[in-house]
Design a protein around this ligand. Sequence first.
Ligand code: ADP
Ligand code: ZN
Length: 818
Amino acid sequence: MPYFVDVILPIPLEQYFTYRINEAEAAVLTTGIRVAVPFGKSKIYTALAFRLHQNPPEVYEAKAIHEILDEEPIVTAIQLKHWHWIAQYYMCTIGEVFRAAIPSALLLESETVILKKEQAIVEEKTLSDDEFLVFEALQHQSSLSVSDVGAILERKRILPILNTLIVKGVISLKEEIYEGYRPKMVRYVRLAAHYHKEENLVALLDTLKRAPKQSQVLLHIFQWKAENKGALQIKELEKRSGVSAAVVKALVEKEILEVYEQQTDRVNFEGEELSSGIRELNSYQEKALEAIKNSFNQNKPSLLFGVTSSGKTEVYLKLIEEKLALGKQIVYLLPEIALTTQLIKRLQVFFGTKISVYHSKYSLQERVEVWNNVLQKKSKAQIVIGARSALLLPYSDLGLIIVDEEHENSFKQYDPAPRYHARDAAVVLTNLHKAKIVLGSATPSVESFYNVQQSKYGLATITRRYGDVLMPDMELVDLKEQTRKKRMKGHFSERLLVAINDALEEKEQVILFQNRRGYAPIMECTTCGHTPQCPNCDVSLTYHQHRNQLRCHYCGYHMAVQLTCMACGGATIDTKGFGTEQVEKELKTLFPEARLGRMDLDTTRGKHAYEKIITAFEAQEFDILVGTQMLTKGLDFRNVSLVGIMNADSLLNFPDYRAHERSFQLLTQVAGRAGRTQKRGKVIIQSYNPYHQILRQVTDHNYDEMYQEQVYEREQFKYPPANRLIKISLKHKNYNTLNEAAEWFSKGLRNFFKANVLGPEYPPVARIRNQYIKHILIKIPKEQSLPKTKDCIKRVQKSFNAISQYRSVRIIYDVDHI
Ligand code: ADP
Ligand code: ZN
């Protein structure tokens, strides 16, 4: 009887792909086990077994799989269901979800690179013929791909050989691959077995009399043993005996000591658990907790709407504590940007070793460790804190999801597919697990508040800051008037300067917010008006002062700043607009004594850069922090009494139906960093347009009015939350092809959706990395079925794909585009 397996390949295929397996394989293979499979002419992929059956595919001859890679499934049934929901809802393929979810170290493919292990001592006679061939090939070539190895050995099933070569220490693999996962090893030393015999040891000590340093090392080993301290790390031994690494190495070479390695888990928590446990909630927090549980009882998600510094985290802790006691798994989602040590530390104080952190700045190895710990339901991964991808881990018994700062846009993945919204995908995941979910924010998204109004979500509120700290005092400064009265120094109004001065005198800290990075976004020739452009993208290059460069924020292209205009040769080049760097520079002259820090994308690359700035500011190592949106995210600084917003207008004037909502959220969140302790904080907002309704709503803390206005407007123009949006992007390197294709596609769509199709339109940046882009927007009225709409779109795409000259045009769907 023939056996077949449908697999999920980590590539955008519309369907499962079917492979042949033999009876023995069929007996051990189940859903969720990885298999290595051939694909196309010469590729090998790691795929996921999805279902076994006995029906050969109709249109192609099924190939045999190469081999089975796991003994147990590495994904769970619920997880697969969830992935399928994501693929279907966000109009992408299950393969794309698979690829996004799984740490790439678990996805070996033919392009994976094999390297000769450095300093390996290989006993050639211990190698099999095939192993020797690979070993020999690596003497002549610095690296081989998996498919190269297949060619050398003239066979397909090569992963087992690669595995034994790894075990024998002959080869290693480049990082981004399956076996690239190496648990972190710690090197220990011990006395070689030979010297466990008394007489041998005596003889040894005798011979070492003329090597005092080496004897000293031995003495320390004895002492360590006498103290019963367990395994001894090489580093520790060197430190204790005060000798250099060479001395220990000599002993190892003489085979007196031997080195052995042991695995440690690198995702370890080394602090202490706080014995005092979780703090008492105040009455507002208690009420909110009750309301949340009420929603839970009705099986509804709960929106926790608590003003900044109201102590939402403390409420989450209570909820976590309860689910923890039941042995449930818990996910704590944060926006990418907010994954601060601040919060992780705070949680670790309470839950110690039960916490794992999962996000993209962690290495592949670390991510595999968390994956495995979650899969095995280990207690050290019972609580996972992470950005959106933490939602895609192999949970089997989820009890609670917390989505903190639920209004944040970074919960929506933009590129590549799956373009999912982690908040919404989290709600679906909790349904699959029959688990509970809280969405928390001081400035809820209009969508979530709308869901409360529709009784889909429950609502819990905290309207007071913890400890009855007052909401900050908000003041608007009219930049037009200040300019007219000549009260401006650079970009600072007199009001703001006085307030900064006052704060500094009181030894309090200041945060200044500017919505742009870089020194001055663009340079302009005052003679001919020319602005240097990126050669790959339709966008002006921005000026970065500290590197004296012009850079493209889209593709990374950069060039040195030119002294004369590249168009006319004129020598007067001026900067337009201003960013964080310029604010910092002006501050240096205005407050030469003050210590300054800056936080934006340029200063926070690298794994710990962001945390370093936060920690330094917390430790009051500087007085004024200048930053972009990054500093809005749930940070809790104790000593900040003043927040200044340099220019609110750049937010308000954004060409987007959400610009007002976003401005409200951003300004309220930044303002919320002020005065989180007893003394009332101050916020100064500079604007050329101080009578704008959003600014008034921010200063009055009037969320309701903002919400009503937004819902009304968006209802008028058929935008979310009541209606839905799908954005379709078309990309092609040829301008004319793209134009025609986009015209054709939108016409096809208009047949179905009439006036609810907008575009095609060029986006503000119409070319990125030499690809032209056009957007089509489809508004989906609330009474129109979303699944049917998607079917129609797919039908249009099918006819589109049948036209040969359009086949190379890329089509990208973004469902619930934000
Ligand atoms: P939010 O997340 O709502 O902005 P936080 O959770 O950061 O607010 O709380 C603000 C501050 O109040 C924090 O410093 C926190 O330690 C303190 N706090 C909140 N609730 C309590 C409580 N029940 N007992 C003691 N301190 C609390
Ligand atoms: Zn560019």
